[in-house]
Write a protein of this length. Structure first.
Length: 272
């Protein structure tokens, strides 16, 4: 299968809504005030409804419904709300069907949430600015699978794709076999097309790249690779996936203790 249909899908994506562009502009200037974020979101009824729907998802575990954007931003923090805003805007463009990966839309959303929470919990005590920058990228890290799924479904290759995932035990490799691109490579093109911050594009550009990662990107890309090893479509914080992630943490001399503490927090929140 050629990658050309995927490129065409990306090129046909509409620009981000004005409200999302305004939020990205706020973040480009630094850490924005909660009030400014709330004002922008509340002027977009569709975005408001989408955010409230997502923050009330069962896996977040709130005993009472979140009924306002101010409440949502206060509880989740500006970086997580930014993640949800971007994801909502991108996913609104597609009919999300992830059957080629044998997961539901709800499971996909949960995995994305866990990935972003893990990286934030891990880095919040190490470098809060890096934590804020990486949180939305981690939340969007699997977005390209939506386009791959659509292509696999429309070419009637779902059973073959699932069979290859079981056979090779390497999702990125199977994606390459079927589309000549990986999720990360597709993400890079999506983020570039939508004119997101250059960091989004560069992190995805190097995530699956075997060439040397530029020094200014190395820690960010490696941290995302660690999170993807620990939490992915096949395993979410299993003993095996955690151990695989720890190998990379140690190899690159990242903060092991902070990572282990973050893993325990996420396990307690989602699995206890």
């Amino acid at each position: 299968m050629s990658y050309i249909p995927l490129i065409a899908r990306i090129d046909s994506l509409p620009p981000l809504p004005e409200s999302v562009v305004k939020i990205e502009t706020l973040f480009a200037k630094g850490d924005p005030d909660i009030e400014d974020i709330v004002k922008v979101i509340e002027k977009d009824p569709s975005l408001t409804a989408n955010i409230l729907s997502q923050v009330n998802a069962p896996y977040y575990g709130f005993s009472k419904s979140i009924i306002s954007i101010l409440q949502a931003v206060t509880l989740f923090g500006s970086s997580k709300i930014r993640s949800i805003v971007l994801a909502s805007s991108i996913k609104r463009t597609f009919d999300v069907d992830l059957s080629p990966y044998n997961i539901s839309t709800a499971e996909f959303a949960k995995i994305s949430a866990m990935q972003s929470e893990l990286i934030f919990q891990w880095y919040m005590s190490i470098d809060i600015d890096l934590a804020r920058n990486l949180t939305p990228i981690a939340f969007l890290m699997e977005t390209g699978k939506i386009l791959i799924s659509k292509e696999i479904i429309e070419t009637n290759k779902v059973e073959e794709f699932l069979s290859d995932i079981l056979k090779y035990k390497n999702i990125s490799y199977v994606e390459t076999i079927h589309t000549m691109m990986t999720t990360a490579q597709i993400n890079a093109l999506i983020f570039e097309h939508l004119n997101l911050n250059d960091t989004f594009y560069e992190c995805m550009k190097y995530l699956d790249n075997e060439v040397e990662i530029p020094s200014h990107m190395k820690e960010m890309v490696t941290a995302l690779q660690v999170v993807r090893l620990a939490i992915n479509m096949e395993e979410q914080l299993s003993e095996e996936s955690i151990n695989s992630a720890l190998v990379l943490v140690k190899k690159h001399s990242l903060n092991i203790d902070s990572f282990k503490r973050a893993v325990k927090r996420i396990q307690h929140k989602y699995f206890d």
